[in-house]
Design a protein around this ligand. Structure first.
Ligand SMILES: [Zn+2]
Length: 317
């Protein structure tokens, strides 16, 4: 959808800007410490509002940056990680309102029957009927936590955030074995299927609609800045190659997991010919922005009215 306003016909002194929205899950979540889930009802309210805005694809955004083109407050819709609810719930709603979106896919977890580590941790820490009072993590972590209400103890949500800090810098094998250990510790192995990711077949069906594009989001969702060049290269190139082979289409866009990156990450992306890379810094974009550091606003579980308030603030209306 392109809306050209009279305003955009005139050369303006101020650089025009727009916003890239970042969604993760479209679901009713039991608990959601990072506020990653938007309920289907609220999401539809967002789309009802967005249909009155200038919604642009990432190809449009690339053109704006490449040609330093004038535009009128473009808004792009993106999803991270490749959750199954993106296919089951977001896709039909986006189609209903004819709104384009890009999906950044973590490729090694496609079709996985395991939750992402941050969801598994949330289940273990916040959904277990009864947590033991002490958690000991031996070598190489060498740390213990007392869980409870006393002054020297931490509550389950504090434990969750502390464990997230540890997990962020771990390689995938270590994350898996630590989840295994924690599931035993909490006596909670009840994986939730509605936290799983799309299958390859679902992903192919999604991208067969011209409204949607796919972007890469690494193989295993590491915090790239914590890893050396060869590991980063494997994670980035691996996810791009996987998507290219699966879809037989070029992959032009990338999003940094957790927003984490350093000079190596950018160097690798430049070499691959990725056109734009997206962060998690909440800011608007303008046409002379660094194309490997496109900011995005995380959309939370707001109703339509609250969402519209944020959107207008982001766009400087
Ligand atoms: Zn992600």
């Amino acid at each position: 959808m392109k809306v050209r306003s009279l305003f955009s016909l005139f050369k303006r002194k101020k650089l025009s800007s727009g916003a890239v929205l970042m969604y993760h899950r479209i679901a009713d979540a039991e608990s959601d410490p990072w506020e990653l889930a938007v309920s289907p009802k609220n999401f539809e309210e967002h789309l009802q509002i967005l249909q009155h805005y200038n919604i642009i694809t990432l190809n449009d955004l690339h053109n704006i940056i490449e040609k330093r083109a004038n535009h009128h407050q473009g808004v792009s819709i993106t999803f991270d990680d490749g959750y199954k609810d993106n296919y089951l719930i977001a896709k039909p709603l986006l189609e209903k309102y004819n709104l384009p979106a890009n999906f950044f896919i973590t490729t090694n977890t496609l079709g996985s029957i395991q939750e992402f580590w941050w969801d598994a941790l949330e289940r273990i820490c916040l959904q277990s009927p009864c947590l033991p009072q002490q958690l000991v993590l031996n070598n190489p972590y060498n740390i213990s936590f007392q869980i409870g209400k006393a002054e020297n103890e931490i509550n389950p949500i504090q434990l969750y955030y502390k464990l997230c800090d540890i997990f962020k810098g771990l390689a995938i094998e270590k994350q898996k074995s630590l989840i295994d250990y924690l599931e035993d510790w909490a006596n909670n192995r009840n994986q939730r299927t509605h936290y799983f990711t799309m299958t390859k077949t679902e992903l192919l069906d999604l991208q067969s609609n011209k409204l949607f594009t796919l972007g890469a989001h690494t193989e295993n969702h590491p915090f790239l800045a914590d890893f050396e060049y060869p590991d980063q290269e494997k994670e980035i190139m691996g996810s791009i190659d996987f998507l290219k082979n699966l879809t037989t289409q070029e992959i032009h866009y990338f999003a940094y997991p957790h927003g984490g990156r350093n000079n190596f990450s950018v160097e690798i992306l430049e070499r691959t010919g990725i056109r734009l890379a997206f962060t998690t810094e909440p800011n608007c974009f303008h046409e002379d922005i660094n194309r490997y550091e496109i900011p995005r606003f995380q959309v939370k579980n707001w109703n339509g009215k609250t969402f519209e308030g944020y959107l207008n603030r982001w766009l400087g209306n």
